[in-house]
Design a binder for this molecule. Structure first.
Ligand SMILES: Cc1cc2nc3c(=O)[nH]c(=O)nc-3n(C[C@H](O)[C@H](O)[C@H](O)COP(=O)(O)OP(=O)(O)OC[C@H]3O[C@@H](n4cnc5c(N)ncnc54)[C@H](O)[C@@H]3O)c2cc1C
Length: 426
């Protein structure tokens, strides 16, 4: 199964051809088994293979099938939470450690792109977090102060300074985070997969792990076509846990995020939109994102599904949003629509769990996974080699189910529909 425009939108059009990989067959052994072919699993596989470890990755469907092939492509430094909130929730030691690790994660992404010559339309000019209201501007001021206190290169731009960078007068200012940038998400997944394969990792697709059990010191992972035995297992199924790991869904609140892309814009219009190469998103609770791809398509995203009954509602909102934010574009069609599932925790902090001896997972990226996935994959690789708690920036906890998580997820979906419906004539 390969990714299609229905599930992965324009990213399938502009990504290089997908890596040629096959399902696992028969009985195999490895030192470290990785489950999931997104950024976390691929980064872990690549780092382990580079360190000379025998490593095998099993992906249920195709490389980048989950969030890693569908996302917006904002390479952010940090979480949705403000830095001080992370410290309030996690305490100084873990909180500051997590902020340091995530603050450094865009640099790791760009280092991987350079080292392995990954072609993924990256730009490293920062990101613009745009104030949708005077209240949003105040929150950005707090973010600026809290990050600057930690020495991060972020700068709050007034409306007058931000407008030419966004190419829009619709916002009250923007926070420029110079650590950040953007990528073509599916292309980055394919590039990591190629690099991991070249480094010696064995990657298998269409190989869902349907059950697992431990026999002494060895894990046995069953797939429809074969069995893999391993001393260590890294579960990197994150937002798309399936089959043997579907219980992970119980510990996260799901919501959908859609994106629509326009055809390539004419050069005269293109150069007026986000001319500095930064992608943008806003401070609204039902947030929106805006970016140009390498061919000058405008990609607009927000909360909700781009399928079924919600398709027309969100499409009309997107067209209206383009008209309001970038009136210079004029009447336009939308070419591709797709969406993906983001999974949240109640406190917006990711989780590391040790399921059992030798089986570890990181999950709940709360919508921030390009930097974190690449970084946490690297750290989990180190952990399987050293077993040092120093590698992990958070405590290892037990998985806890969230009650009424489906209802909570519906709250986002219905809230987004109501908001987009109310906004259709703003
Ligand atoms: C629409 C959307 C927009 C987003 N925008 C951004 C953004 O702009 N910036 C950002 O940083 N983050 C963003 N995110 C979040 C980011 O995409 C994810 O956090 C990140 O991709 C997670 O990577 P991962 O490797 O941990 O998991 P995933 O990419 O979800 O990969 C998990 C993989 O595990 C596989 N799997 C599941 N069960 C099994 C099994 N039993 N056996 C074998 N394989 C299995 C799945 O098929 C899947 O391919 C967004 C997410 C979405 C959905």
């Amino acid at each position: 199964m390969n990714n299609s425009t229905k599930t992965h939108g324009v990213w399938t059009v502009t990504a290089p051809s997908h890596p040629t990989l096959f399902p696992i067959k028969g009985e195999r052994k490895t030192d470290v088994a990785i489950i999931g072919g997104g950024y976390t699993g691929l980064s872990a596989a690549l780092h382990l293979a580079e360190a000379g470890t025998d490593v095998t990755l099993l992906e249920s469907k195709s490389i980048g099938y989950g969030g890693s092939g569908r996302n917006v492509g904002l390479v952010n430094a940090g979480l949705w939470l403000k830095p001080d909130e992370v410290v309030e929730k996690m305490g100084t030691e873990y909180g500051e450690r997590l902020l340091d690790v995530l603050g450094a994660s865009p640099a790791l992404v760009f280092e991987m792109i350079d080292k392995y010559k990954i072609e993924c339309d990256d730009s490293r000019e920062g990101t613009l977090h745009c104030a949708h209201s005077p209240g949003g501007y105040k929150v950005l001021r707090q973010r600026e102060e809290q990050w600057q206190r930690r020495g991060a290169p972020v700068e709050l731009l007034s409306r007058d300074k931000a407008s030419p960078l966004i190419g829009s007068k619709a916002f009250h200012g923007a926070l420029l985070d110079k650590r950040a940038g953007q990528i073509q998400p599916l292309a980055y997944s394919y590039g990591l997969a190629d690099a991991a394969t070249k480094a010696g990792a064995q990657l298998f697709v269409n190989s869902p792990v349907t059950s697992f059990n431990r026999n002494g010191d060895t894990w046995q992972l069953k797939t429809p076509g074969g069995t893999l035995s391993a001393k260590w297992v890294i579960v990197a199924t994150q937002g798309y846990p399936d089959r043997a790991f579907k219980n992970q869904k119980k510990s996260m609140i799901p919501f959908n995020y859609f994106q629509f892309s326009t055809p390539p814009l004419p050069e005269s219009v293109r150069k007026t939109i986000l001319p500095g190469g930064q992608p943008a998103w806003d401070t609204n609770l039902i947030l929106s994102s805006y970016k140009l791809d390498r061919d000058g398509r405008l990609i607009v995203g927000s909360v909700g599904q781009a399928r079924n009954g919600a398709y027309n509602l969100h499409k009309n909102w997107t067209l209206r949003s383009v008209e309001k934010v970038f009136p210079q574009i004029g009447p336009i069609e939308l070419e591709h629509a797709w969406d993906g599932i983001i999974r949240m925790t109640t406190d917006n902090i990711p989780r590391f769990h040790m399921f059992d001896k030798g089986m570890i997972t990181v999950t709940s990226y709360n919508g921030r996974g390009i930097g974190p996935g690449t970084m946490f994959g690297k750290l989990l690789a180190e952990y399987t080699r050293t077993e040092s708690a120093e590698c992990i920036p958070l405590p290892l906890t037990n998985q806890e189910d969230i009650s009424s998580r489906i209802l909570r997820g519906l709250y986002y979906e219905v809230g987004a529909r109501l908001y987009h419906f109310a906004q259709r004539r703003f």
